[in-house]
Design a protein around this ligand. Sequence first.
Ligand SMILES: [Zn+2]
Length: 329
Amino acid sequence: MKVTASDKSCAYGDPGVFRGTFRFENPILADYVWPICEIRGKVPGPRLCISAGVHVNEVSSIEAAVRLQNLFDPETLKGTVSIVPLINQPAAYKYCEYVCPVDGKNINHTFPGKRDGTFSEALCDAVLREWTAGADCYIDMHGGDLKEKVSKFSIFQKTGEAEFDDLARRIAMCFDSEIVLALTPEYMSKPGRPPTACALRKQVGIMTEAGSNGLLSEDDIAFHVEGVLNVSRLLGMTDSAVTLPTNARKVCDTYIWVDCPADGEFHAKVEPGIKVERGQRLGLLRNLFGDTLAELTAPVTGFVLWRITHPSIRKGEPVLTIVEEERPG
Ligand SMILES: [Zn+2]
């Protein structure tokens, strides 16, 4: 990373608050700069990396990344908090849903990426290799693209190694989630989200989700902000006590996509975060004359993780996902 300080910033690497921009070393990414705020405490300690804006419409998580910049005091912080509030720079001001406009890839499904790959692959590789390498924890914040509503949830990657998995679970539990999604070790065999890529190198990575429809929501912003503060407390970077959760925090591990059976208008009967029983009605698919084309029912008993809010959905596109509760052992 080549870092440039803004006015009134401390020098990069000094105790204090650094504000500025950086370029990645990888020449594939040379046309873009990324804003960064790094708060370094006077006392050494863990390094916590925080990002948002992989999906640029998930605005409550981006706003959380902005507010967090003012919530750590270098006088009392032990260690360093590094914040990149908008990862998908090519999508800034373009409102692209899900993807990076340079190569049409979903960055969130591309980690760990590839140094000599497409733009998104090079970006994932650079995030891991140039920015978050050596961090004690990397948190990537998300939540509800323009046509989506998500439950409050956090994701961690299970590896099968008890000590690592326990720490990752405890960090994911720092967020007041309705659902904690524990990705099973099979996810580690293919490209995926940051928690998976981080686990491959024995680093704890977490993804957090809260938000919907490109709307700023104080409740969703607070979910991310409070969760990150709790992680810093758990890691011993700040002295105050970890706050207690109020949500149910069901741990789930199997992810089932419910696809639309025909082109039509989907009218949902369930909301993210709720429990559904196998066979329960999820919603009706209608045509533009109001005729019912299909009734969608839950294929399994589980929790609704997120759903599409725009009724018009093409055949084969997912309308929602259900996650099944983790079985012990
Ligand atoms: Zn997202």
